[in-house]
Design a protein around this ligand. Structure first.
Ligand SMILES: Nc1ncnc2c1ncn2[C@@H]1O[C@H](COP(=O)(O)OP(=O)(O)OP(=O)(O)O)[C@@H](O)[C@H]1O
Ligand SMILES: [Mg+2]
Length: 306
């Protein structure tokens, strides 16, 4: 895909821009992987446009977005989506999830596992930007709710939910209701409620936005660890360039008015915990470059090397 190509260009995968060589004295991160074209596709957009409303008041949420994410066996891939407010990040996630009113797209084709998206499915889990919880259910019941829908017996689902409560650091809040929790705590319940279902494709819309820095780092590490265990594919919307560079294998850079995908940046997968990685030179150089590109709100010239 050439994200900067005109609307009529056929979708194809571009070679991602080069990343900087690690600076002397810094630890070289392991190279990230871009899937060879022969691997099966997991998620693909072909010229996807979503317009809300009718002319003359129609609002283009995303225009002609094309990309392919392939199935990397035993690895998975994390796609970080970054861009200004209103550029269509949530729209992309909700189309993949098959959720209205964003789904179906107005034009173009969106596929998961090689088939046109029809409706929401257990293969995709969305941690919504509003981390909507069921207000009449306790923390443990909220986290176990999806398992209940799948017919998992009560004892097993409660045990599994309690294990997730520990993973996201909410011990002691098992019997509380969402209204008794802070925004960050509610967010962790929403994350656990989705991750417990082990979706093949995990869609996370600013999942760490309401968390304080310490918990945010812990949740980032947890996500990396789980994703290594589950080898799933993750789409993560974030306003943090550091989070995008630390967690992403590829960063999709979007621009607004109309919402569109302007560039795809391949980034290395750090081996270090976030607090170490972000002190290294390659990391700060890459986050600065990503910031510059976002501020420019336009693609880098073709011959530009990061
Ligand atoms: N249900 C809707 N009805 C009308 N317009 C919508 C609707 N949902 C989104 N839009 C518009 O589509 C555009 C893209 O919205 P979207 O929520 O995808 O942006 P975003 O990148 O996720 O923004 P943010 O970073 O603020 O969450 C925006 O201009 C928004 O106003
Ligand atoms: Mg959004």
């Amino acid at each position: 895909m050439d994200a900067s190509a005109p609307a009529s260009a056929p979708p194809a995968e571009p070679p991602p821009p080069a990343v900087p060589a690690p600076a002397p004295g810094s630890t070289a991160p392991s190279a990230s992987t871009v899937a060879p074209a022969e691997l099966p596709e997991l998620v693909a957009f072909e010229g996807v446009t979503k317009t809300f409303g009718e002319p003359p008041h129609a609002k283009v949420a995303i225009q002609d977005v094309s990309f392919v994410v392939r199935d990397l066996p035993n690895l998975g891939e994390l796609i970080a989506l970054v861009g200004p407010s209103g550029c269509g990040k949530s729209t992309i996630l909700r189309i993949i999830a098959g959720l209205g009113p964003h789904f179906p797209p107005t034009r173009g084709l969106a596929r998961v596992f090689g088939k046109p998206i029809g409706q929401p499915g257990a293969d995709r889990g969305l941690v919504d930007q509003k981390y909507s919880l069921l207000p009449h259910l306790t923390v443990v019941e909220n986290i176990a709710f999806g398992l209940k829908l799948r017919g998992v017996p009560r004892k097993e689902r409660q045990d599994r939910a309690r294990a997730w409560i520990a993973k996201v650091g909410l011990e002691g809040s098992e019997a509380k209701y969402p209204s008794e929790l802070s925004g960050g705590m509610q967010q962790r319940v929403a994350i656990a409620a989705t991750l417990i279902l082990g979706p093949r494709i995990l869609l996370m819309d600013e999942p760490f936005g309401a968390l304080d820095p310490r918990i945010r780092l812990r949740m980032q590490e947890l996500l990396v660890q789980l994703w290594r265990e589950q080898q799933g594919t993750v789409f993560l919307v974030t306003h943090s360039v550091e989070e995008a560079v630390y967690l992403g294998d590829r960063v999709f850079i979007m621009a607004a008015n109309p919402g569109r995908l302007v560039e795809v940046l391949e980034v290395p997968r750090p081996d270090d915990p976030p607090e170490h990685a972000r002190r290294q030179r390659w990391f700060t150089e890459l986050t600065q470059e990503l910031l510059r590109r976002l501020e420019r709100n336009e693609p880098a010239p073709a011959d530009h090397q990061v």
